[in-house]
Design a protein around this ligand. Sequence first.
Ligand code: VG1
Ligand code: CO
Length: 547
Amino acid sequence: MNIRVVPTTPFGDQKPGTSGLRKKVAVFQAAGYLENFVQAVFDTVLVGASAQSGPTLVLGGDGRHYNREAIQVILRMAAANGFGRVLVGQGGILSTPAASCVIRKYRAFGGLILSASHNPGGPDGDFGIKYNTGNGGPAPEKITDAIFARSRELTAYRIVDAGDIDLDRPGLATLGGMQVEVIDPVADYADLMESLFDFAAIRELVAGGFSLCFDAMHAVTGPYAKEIIEGRLGAPAGTVINGVPLPNFGGGHPDPNMTYAHQLVETMYGADAPDFGAASDGDGDRNMILGRGFFVTPSDSLAVIAANAALAPGYAAGIAGIARSMPTSAAADRVAEKLGVPCYETPTGWKFFGNLMDAGRVTLCGEESFGTGSSHVREKDGLWAVLFWLNILARQRRSVEDILYRHWAEYGRNVYARHDYEALPTEAANGLMEHLRSRFAELPGRRLGRYMVKFCDDFSYVDPVDGSLSTGQGLRIVFEDGSRIVFRLSGTGTEGATLRVYLEAFEADPMRQRVDAQLALEDLIAVAGELSQLRQRTGRERPTVIT
Ligand code: VG1
Ligand code: CO
């Protein structure tokens, strides 16, 4: 095997964000950019692994532009860095939850997932790369910080001279002294789903005329959804729309929300809408759930799943606890309280759930950003959430809307909305956050509209398992009645800054629970705008995306 040690200089900007390193495709294509980051990962994670001979790496991505080229480079670098075996998804494809499943099932050392998730793809779009550890989950901050530090001092990367591996033919190949196994990206994942949910009940529901539509948004979930929903569950062909993964996602923005999943939204709000609609994002870890003419807020979805978990065979014995990211509504907290299980509040990003799941403290996790999952893997899982809903619907035989109305009547409703202001000038966004912080001292005890401020803070988190501290995770303004406004800057965007404003108000009265969230939150929205000087500082009249 001919290993080349290629001299390089650091880029200085390879700091992983909320979920891996995300940049424009052109940035990743610059000479040495991908190689440097991968070398920084290998240098960081292989320390101490030297005792283990020939560790196994899992490799795959969401199929976006540059996926295949990047995989060939990483394979050659893995061989040069001492990996013994790489499991790579056929065609270079692995959804994020499937990669997590494969890492765990085959007890791999870790994995590299190539994705910029819901960010647009194509030559002018984004690319991304993320390292997951042997538990199947995204590397925690202490590892991503070490990777960044290593990337800044790198002087060379290692790569073998070899030709491309045929990614389209399943089976074994060798590269240098390393084994490459091209695996079916769907089978292991589909088997895991079948072990968790009542497929017989769902099959019966579907055979009985229950209609559904799943929008894969030309992203990675297409083959998974076709195998599971149309194949194993017997839904008619055509149930999965936009099911062929494309390198540019068909020109769309594979972000399953009311704005970007417009084809599905039009179907679900049109005449003859199906009973159930769902969509997933670029890398298959997000989900959006819709009933006929009805949108389920992700925070509510987590709460409904928790309240009905026992209906699914994989969760029939009960759940150990729930964790949610701080900006996610407290709807799940109310369910946890009733079930008598703990509920944890973590910073944004799935990497903060890993320790809690590994320690057996929680079973279900969720984020307001269309992310739901459980300890079956260590990533959020779009299709898993869809199947959980189908399992609940099959057993309850009620409409999605009816399930929500009953849930709210029992637990109260945490009316919720998120307003995103995308691609703001970075200085304007930082200035707005700074301004808010400067007001924190005088706000407690003051009345803003009909809300009385209880406390404000910059959220920080001490991991109860390993004691690590994470600071600066979002500005909270919490009111006496439990309502709150949260301001946070995105850690996944690649253009300027994205400001997220999260709004939440509790409504206990069933007579007033069925109103539109934007209307119910009108006063809170106005308070948020005034408090942050949003219009003056950003020049924006309205959010880019409302969810
Ligand atoms: C966003 C979401 C966060 C999610 C992250 C990764 O991060 O808010 O909840 O974990 O994306 O999801 P940010 O920093 O932009 O708010 V994914 O599907 O892009 O891997
Ligand atoms: Co994603």
